[in-house]
Each structure stands twice: as C-alpha cells, then as structure tokens.
Write a protein that binds this ligand. Structure first.
Ligand code: 5GP
Length: 206
C-alpha cells in the first residue's frame, strides 16, 4: 500500500551515547534497513573494515570528494573529517529501501536541511557521566581526545529540540532502546503524508 522512495532515518547524539551498538542491533531486526557508510580521514580502529564501518580516505581524497560535491554533508570532528556520501543515499532511497545514518549532530541537521523528509532521532545515555565511562571503557581514544569529545557532547545537547525523537539508552537496557528505536521506524511508515495521494484519494471517496 505504501509507495515511493525509502525512508531516511538519522540517529545522532554525543559520542559514547551508543549509536553504533544500537544501529547494529536494530539492523539485525529490521529487514531492508540499509546503513549509510560514511567516509572519514581518521585511521581504522581494530576490527573496523573498509566499506563496512567507514570508507577510510586520505585528507586529499576527502577534499577531492568535497570539491566534486560528493557529500550530502561533511564535518570536521576531533581533528578528522567525516562525511555522508551523497550517491549511496540517493540510490538506496530511490530503489525504495530505508536507510539509517549516524552522523554527529551538525551532520544530522544538515541532512534534515537537504532531506526535510528525514526522521531525526537523538540518542542519549541516562546520565552524562555514562558518556565518559563508555569512552574510557572503549579505549579507542587518548585522554585528550575523550575530553574533546565530552566538550563537543555538551554543545551537541543544545540541538535536541531540532530533532523529531529522543531515545534514552539506559545502561544495561540496550534491548529497551532497540525496542524504542524500532517502534519509531515502524510508526514513521504509517504517517499520512507517507501514503501516495492516489491512495488517500481512493480512501476518501470509498
Ligand atoms: P567515531 O570516530 O567515533 O567513529 O565518530 C566520531 C563522530 O563522528 C561520531 O559522533 C559520529 O557520529 C560522527 N560521524 C560519523 N560519520 C559521520 C558523517 O558521515 N558525518 C558526520 N557529520 N559525522 C559523522
């Protein structure tokens, strides 16, 4: 009954909120939910694979992509560049599949600007101190980089009101957050404006 392009979901929030884990978990449950693989100039962490977690580019290659208008949005974050490749987003949505991206907050707002139909979801831990604990546990950043990420996190909180949904990722309650996110994905499908005009007209005159 529902036609047209796929839906674009953008999950954002401070580093350490649990975006990666949550997106991975929800993708395990929701069929045909594609993931928008970003490009970055940072080096790969242990276990991260090219084209799956990120496209790892040199700064020169990244800047070339910017000049070619190859990014839907891009930002400098913690001294590295991150961007959402434009072609993959267009391709996936046009063929009718749904897509989820997980940029930092400014990237999320830039996507909303380019695609007003996008659904923006802000993810937060139950306490601010959890962000620090998660970043420390992860051991993927230096202490200095962790402090920089926490400073950015404070600033990111100011944009909550520009999002459509807020999900709290409580410690040791991942399944609950996955349920919440899945409900949002499902509910978005049923919004009146997602139905074709044709269908609504038929319903009105039946
Ligand atoms: P990390 O280095 O931990 O993978 O990511 C650092 C931050 O960059 C995270 O907040 C993540 O959401 C953000 N990020 C990842 N990909 C993109 C992207 O394509 N665009 C933007 N604007 N931010 C991104």
């Amino acid at each position: 009954m529902i036609h047209g392009p796929g839906l674009l979901f953008v999950i954002s929030g401070p580093s350490g909120a649990g975006k990666d884990t949550l997106v991975e978990a929800v993708r395990g449950r929701v069929p045909r939910l594609m993931y928008s693989v970003s490009a970055t100039t940072r080096t790969a962490r242990a276990g991260e694979r090219e084209g799956e977690h990120y496209f790892f580019l040199s700064r020169e290659a990244f800047e070339r992509r910017i000049a070619e208008d190859g990014f839907l949005e891009w930002r400098e974050y913690g001294g590295h560049l991150y961007g959402t490749p434009r072609d993959a987003v267009d391709r996936v949505l046009q063929r009718g599949d749904d897509l989820i991206a997980k940029p930092e907050v400014h990237g999320a707002l830039a996507i909303k600007h380019a695609y007003p139909e996008a659904t923006l979801i802000f993810l937060l831990p139950d306490k601010f101190s959890t962000l620090r604990e998660r970043l420390l546990e992860r051991r993927t950043e230096s202490n200095e980089a962790i402090v920089a990420r926490l400073v950015i996190a404070h600033e990111e909180m100011r944009s909550i009101r520009e999002f459509d949904y807020l999900v709290i990722n409580e410690q040791r309650q991942l399944e609950r957050a996955v349920d919440d996110l899945q409900s949002i994905l499902q509910a978005e499908r049923f919004r009146i404006h997602r139905y074709s005009d044709d269908i609504i007209r038929k319903v009105e005159h039946s």
